[in-house]
Design a protein around this ligand. Structure first.
Ligand SMILES: Cc1cc2nc3c(=O)[nH]c(=O)nc-3n(C[C@H](O)[C@H](O)[C@H](O)COP(=O)(O)OP(=O)(O)OC[C@H]3O[C@@H](n4cnc5c(N)ncnc54)[C@H](O)[C@@H]3O)c2cc1C
Length: 406
């Protein structure tokens, strides 16, 4: 049993990689321990990032804007209903310090060719009527969008199947060995062989790396969400807050050996982060907390209450609607905050795509396409220098790297 390329993990990154590998003509198989989209890719908020390609597109633009193009292609050309909409997003500014910071960020972004606007509360409320007038302003990004995570990731899986890939679910990879130029994956359902392996195992990548003696420094960071009952359409864009970005601009780490941009030190809150939207089915959903507490997905109730209070400051109508459901998932945060996409050091034909953190739904399609391209062409797009897994090897200097990483 096997294929030319085996992808481990059927989240958004793995399914996109499989789709693009199969479209490139490689025989491709995905091995997944649960179902398609059973982890972070199926439970996230569904927000898509992107503020344009800018004057000098780098990895971030290839991941955000590149993914946006793939979302459009899947829904509009391949006919999958993702509930995708390029709806725009509003990020609320709560106080003077945040306002000064937001204004500088918007000006700098505009100078670099990106599309962001600073709106007064009155201007923002004309576009998104439920927004509070009691904020100092809102940053508006028209490229940002939304899609249903479960439908989208399953659609990537279906598109990969349609392109000729195979997907083997309920099969956990427990060993990765190389014999005579071939990779053998030991799984709960027997052995599988491949010429090339792509590790797309989200928060579990560190465990898979250790099977071949490579450290993939990814931490599971738990995120939790809540929703109201279904309501008639009232919120149109995605909604966020500048509070956390302002905090992280001054204090990136909660402690020296943590991934950047967490909301908690253990279970103790350091800032409030917020993202949310209204689903097509009517529920208003919000989340934002990021706790580095291992693989424990237990909901922290007080965090849900704080998040609802934060959302209600921006959308006062939420005061009238109780929380009807909560859920959580594990995000793959790399230790330096940057994606890890490329060839794993010291191993022939072994690749990884991970570290997409809290924005992997919006960036996963592009990440999967870039890794598929690196495998199919045996040469990486130059933007992958920024995500080279070799940067974590003590012998390699991140600043000093040049040339292709594939
Ligand atoms: C609450 C929450 C809200 C979020 N909101 C957003 C948002 O609004 N916008 C956004 O862009 N991102 C958001 N994210 C982040 C986003 O969901 C993730 O970054 C993204 O889904 C990661 O995709 P992935 O394919 O790398 O990992 P995953 O979706 O976790 O997929 C990895 C897969 O690998 C499988 N696997 C692991 N180990 C093995 C093994 N040994 N053998 C076989 N299979 C294995 C797992 O079962 C899993 O299905 C959010 C995340 C959470 C939890």
């Amino acid at each position: 049993m096997g294929a030319e390329v085996i992808v481990i993990g059927a989240g958004i990154a793995g399914c996109s990689a499989a789709l693009h590998l199969a479209e490139a003509g490689l025989s491709t198989m995905v091995i997944e321990k649960g179902e398609i989209s059973s982890e972070a890719s199926g439970v996230n908020m569904g927000g898509l990032g992107g503020v344009g390609w800018g004057n000098s597109p780098g990895l971030q633009e290839h991941l955000t804007m590149g993914s946006l193009n793939i979302f459009k292609r899947l829904q509009n050309e391949l006919g999958h209903d993702l509930e995708f909409r390029q709806s725009g997003s509003f990020t609320a500014i709560h106080d003077e310090a945040q306002y000064t910071y937001a204004k500088d960020r918007v000006l700098e972004s505009q100078n670099n060719g990106f599309e962001m606007e600073l709106l007064s509360p009155y201007e923002a409320k004309a576009l998104e009527p439920e927004l509070s007038l009691h904020m100092l302003g809102y940053v508006y990004s028209r490229f940002r969008g939304q899609a249903d995570p479960l439908k989208t990731t399953r659609a990537f899986g279906q598109a990969a199947l349609n392109a000729g890939a195979k997907i083997q679910t309920n099969t956990e990879v427990s060993s990765i060995k190389r014999n005579g130029g071939v990779w053998t994956l030991g799984t709960s359902e027997g052995d599988y062989e491949a010429d090339v392996v792509v590790v797309a195992a989200g928060a579990w990548c560190r465990d898979l790396g250790r099977m071949v003696g490579v450290e993939i420094p990814v931490e599971p960071v738990v995120g939790q969400m809540w929703s109201t009952e279904p309501l008639p359409p009232r919120i149109f864009g995605t909604i966020g807050s500048f509070e956390s970005s302002f905090h992280w601009s001054e204090a990136l780490l909660v402690q020296e050996d943590s991934p950047p941009e967490l909301t908690h030190l253990g279970n103790e809150r350091v800032t409030r982060h917020l993202y949310g939207r209204q689903r097509r089915s009517g529920e208003i959903i919000f989340g934002g907390d990021r706790r580095d507490v291992g693989f424990d997905k237990t909901i922290e109730d007080s965090g849900i209450d704080v998040n609802k209070g934060h959302a209600t400051e921006i959308l006062p109508m939420l005061m009238d609607f109780p929380i009807t459901k909560t859920w959580s998932g594990l995000m793959p945060f790399s230790m330096d905050g940057h994606p890890i996409i490329g060839k794993l050091p010291n191993n022939e034909n072994l690749f990884v795509v991970t570290g997409l953190a809290s924005s992997g739904f919006g960036r996963g399609p592009g990440a999967g396409m870039l890794i598929a391209d690196a495998v199919a062409r045996s040469e990486s797009n130059a933007v992958l220098l920024e995500s080279d897994p070799a940067r974590f090897q003590s012998t390699v200097s991140y600043e000093g790297r040049t040339g292709s990483v594939a």
